[in-house]
Design a protein around this ligand. Sequence first.
Ligand code: NAD
Length: 337
Amino acid sequence: MNSLKKIIITGACGFIGTCLSLRLLKHGIQVIGIDNLSRPGAELNAKELAVERKLFSLHQVDLSQTSKVYELFSSIGEVDAVFHLAGQVAVTSSYKNRQKDFINNVVVSFNVIEAVKRYTPEAYCLYASTNKVYGNITVNKPIGNSYPLNPYSPYGVSKAAAELYFTEYGRKEIGLATCSLRQSCIYGHHQYGIEDQGWVAWFSIANIIELPITIYGDGQQARDILFIEDLIDLYLECIENRVTGVYPVGGGVTNIITIKQALILINRITQKSFTCMENSNVRPGDQPYFVADTSWTNRLGLNWRPQVNAEQGIRKMIEWIQCNKNQIRYIIDSTHP
Ligand SMILES: NC(=O)c1ccc[n+]([C@@H]2O[C@H](COP(=O)([O-])OP(=O)(O)OC[C@H]3O[C@@H](n4cnc5c(N)ncnc54)[C@H](O)[C@@H]3O)[C@@H](O)[C@H]2O)c1
C-alpha cells in the first residue's frame, strides 16, 4: 500500500466505489473519482466523500463520451491504478433497454481501457465483472476459472464484452496489467439496493422502511454473498500483487444463502415482519445457483479469504440502513414518486 499514491476510480460514488474510496482515503491515498451520478444515492455518497477535500476529487463525467474521457485522463496523467466500476448494473434494466446497457458497459469500458493505454499505460487496471458472464449455470457446485463463458442476459453479454476488452488490452501487443473479477452478490453499507439490483440490501431496506416486496421464482435461488469490506480487501491484495487475469469472486461455500433464508435472517435481525410479500415468476437471466471457487487466491499466494460471514455482514448492513433510513426513504420516494 505504501507505494500507492494516486488512483482513479470510475463509478466512485456507487456502492463499491464509495467503499473502496473510503478505504483508500483512510490510507492517505489520493482518489480521483469519476461518476455521472446516474445511480440514485450516488449524490449522497458523493457528499460524504467530498468531506475528504484534500485527497478526494470528483469529476462528474459521462464515461460514454469518448472525447471527454480522453480529455480527462490526459489532464490527470499517470496514476498507480484504475479501478473500473462504473456501468449499467442490473439484469432487468438490460432487458428493458439493451442499447443503454451496451453503451454504459461496452462503450464506457472500451473508452476507459483505451484512455489507460493512451495516458497511463503503467497503471494497474481492475474491472468489476460479474458472475452473469457464465449464464445459466446448470451445476450446483463452485464455479472455477475453467467454467465456460456463456452469458445469457444482455447484461451478461455486455459485461463479458467489456471484460474481454480488458483481457485483450492485457495481451503482449498492448501489455497493460489488467484483471477482471467476476463478482457474485456483493452487499453492505452505502448500498442503495433496489428491486432491480442489490437484492440483500433491497430486502433489508424494504423490511426496515416498510415497503412491499416480490419474490421472483421459488425463493430457493442461492448465492455465495460477499461483504463489501472483504471484497475491498481482495481488491487491495490484487493491486499489491499486480494480479492479472480473470477470476470468479464470492463469499464461497461458507457463505451460501438462499433468498428465503435471507428473508428469515433479516426478519430475525430487525425483529420486524415484511409488510407485504408477493410471489411472481422467476425473472429471465436469474441464475438458480452461484458459488465462486476462490481457490485461485491461494494458488496465487494471496492471503485472502472472507472474514465476515453472512449473518455478521447483514447485521452490519442493517445498522447502516437504520442510521440512514430517512435519506434512503427520500431517495426511493424521489425515484418512484
Ligand atoms: N454490487 C454487486 O453485487 C455487483 C456484482 C457483480 C458485479 N458488480 C459490478 O461492480 C460495479 C460496481 O457495482 P455497484 O454495485 O457499486 O453499482 P452502483 O450502481 O452502485 O455503482 C456504479 C456507479 O457508476 C456510475 N455510472 C453509471 N454509468 C456511468 C457512466 N456512463 N459514466 C460515469 N459513471 C457512471 C453510477 O452513477 C454509479 O455511481 C459495476 O460494474 C457492477 O456491474 C456489482
